[in-house]
Design a protein around this ligand. Structure first.
Ligand code: GUN
Ligand code: ZN
Length: 444
């Protein structure tokens, strides 16, 4: 775990959400300080406000003007062992899993490989402004061990779990109902609540788990209500048909998970595109979270997520990259493709709601908005510094931006890791060698 360092004052254009903005006029939902500052101490945010009010003689000051300071991004569905699967050509879900994903994940039996990939994974995440993620590790307990060890070394708030999968997968990539239970249990005991780590019980999806394994996953969920649950649901029509053939007793796909006690407020259901009416009503009633994965859904040709329809039922949708079917680690690019998917359905994704979604919104789905996803005093100091003029094209476009929403929308549509000037994890700067104009260290 890294030390948090001395008290710092970060200066910039500070944007912090209290609630989901209804529209661009909903200024009650957020605070915006044009010449703002954050006081960071002991890995936490101590104060937020105007620079003139917060400046203190003698404190270390980092001047990030004219860039934005926002809460670090949260990615609620990503596959750690797929860092070398992203951009694999040609297939839809089931063939893509069999031809590319499963062979790659078998490599994570090797501890050295898992440790190397964990370092790369967290470097890439922070480079894209993501400070918290909920990740699927491979079936191997060692992959989750590598994941949590590296997250702890960086003092990052990370959720994850080893996938449970005991059928329809190649040799070297299957556990058993008992070993899946035992390994998950040991990982929960070792990691859940250790520092900033949180465990997610992770039956991969109905197709790769037998009834016996689903029962074991359900046992873990009832023994560990403090843990999250993550899985996949109704992503692809062939997947749904195959699932129904494997679980003929289930009323629908979601019912497979319901029968084993796997659907509740801590459940994250990746994709949830082709839902039946009963499934939607049950997700709403149980308070589970569908996870919208725009770049993945387009890449695999899976379908269009009905954000508006689910929200109208009171469902709290999360949003995520789903690397390696997703095509960008950037939550900004995720918003870009998300915007287009909603456009195709006559729905809108306003920039204020968009930025709320990838910060406080996802944090609220995780039930962690008191710690991450906001810049409130007392929150963990996970912060992203965003430059809306990082490239020639965005700089040119930004010259015509007249409002906060317009500038945010440029980031939402054109932004990626190049817009990320700096990232703080528990108060610690993660990027070295930022551009000279970006951060001027001086004493006030
Ligand atoms: N369904 C089961 N496993 C996976 C996976 O790794 N990626 C995606 N996109 N869907 C899945
Ligand atoms: Zn996934």
């Amino acid at each position: 775990m890294t030390v948090s360092g001395p008290k710092k004052l970060l200066r910039g254009r500070v944007l912090n959400f209290h609630a989901e903005p209804v529209d661009e006029n909903d200024t009650d939902a957020y605070d915006y300080f044009e010449d703002g500052a954050l006081v960071v101490s002991g890995g936490k945010i101590e104060a937020i406000g105007d620079y003139e009010t917060l400046r203190q003689p003698g404190s270390v000051e980092v001047d990030h003007r004219p860039h934005f300071l926002m809460a670090g991004f949260i990615d609620t569905h990503i596959h750690f062992p797929q860092v070398q699967v992203i951009a694999s050509w040609g297939d839809q879900l089931l063939d893509w899993l069999n031809n590319y994903t499963f062979p790659e994940e078998t490599r994570f039996a090797d501890h050295g490989h898992a440790a190397d990939m964990a370092r790369a994974f967290f470097d890439i995440l922070t480079g894209h402004g993501t400070t918290t993620a909920m990740s699927f590790c491979s079936v191997h307990a060692g992959s989750a061990e590598a994941y949590f060890t590296e997250a702890a070394r960086r003092n990052m708030c990370m959720v994850g779990g080893k996938v449970m999968m005991d059928r329809n997968a190649p040799d070297g990539l299957r556990d058993t109902p008992q070993s899946g239970y035992d390994d998950s249990k040991a990982l929960i005991q070792r990691w859940h609540g250790q520092g900033r780590a949180q465990y997610a019980i992770s039956p991969r999806f109905a197709i790769t788990s037998t009834h016996e394994q689903m029962e074991m996953a359900g046992a873990l969920a009832s023994e560990h209500p403090e843990c999250f649950i993550q899985t996949h649901l109704s992503e692809n029509k062939d997947e749904i048909a195959y699932t129904k053939s494997l679980y003929p007793e289930a009323r629908d796909y979601l019912d497979v998970y319901e029968r084993y006690g796997l659907v509740g407020p801590k459940s994250f259901l990746g994709h949830a595109i082709h839902l039946e009416e009963r499934e939607i009503a049950s997700i709403a009633e149980r308070g589970a979270h569908p996870v919208f994965c725009p770049t993945s859904n387009l890449f695999l040709g899976s379908g269009l997520f009905d954000d508006g329809g689910l929200r109208a039922e009171g469902i709290g949708n999360a949003i995520a990259t789903d690397i390696g079917a997703g095509t960008s680690y950037s939550m900004l690019q995720t918003l870009n493709e998300g915007y287009k998917i909603l456009q195709l359905q006559g729905q809108k994704l306003h920039p204020l709601r968009a930025f709320h979604w990838i910060t406080r919104g996802n944090a609220a789905s995780l039930g962690m908005e008191d710690r991450i996803g906001t810049l409130h005093a007392g929150s963990d100091a996970d912060i992203v510094v965003l430059n809306a003029s990082a490239t020639e094209a965005t700089a040119l476009r930004s010259k015509r931006a007249e409002t906060l929403s317009e500038e945010l929308f440029i980031l939402q549509i054109m932004g990626d890791d190049r817009a990320v000037e700096q990232v703080y994890v528990a108060g610690q700067a993660q990027k070295s060698g930022t551009r000279p104009e970006a951060a001027i260290l001086r004493s006030a």
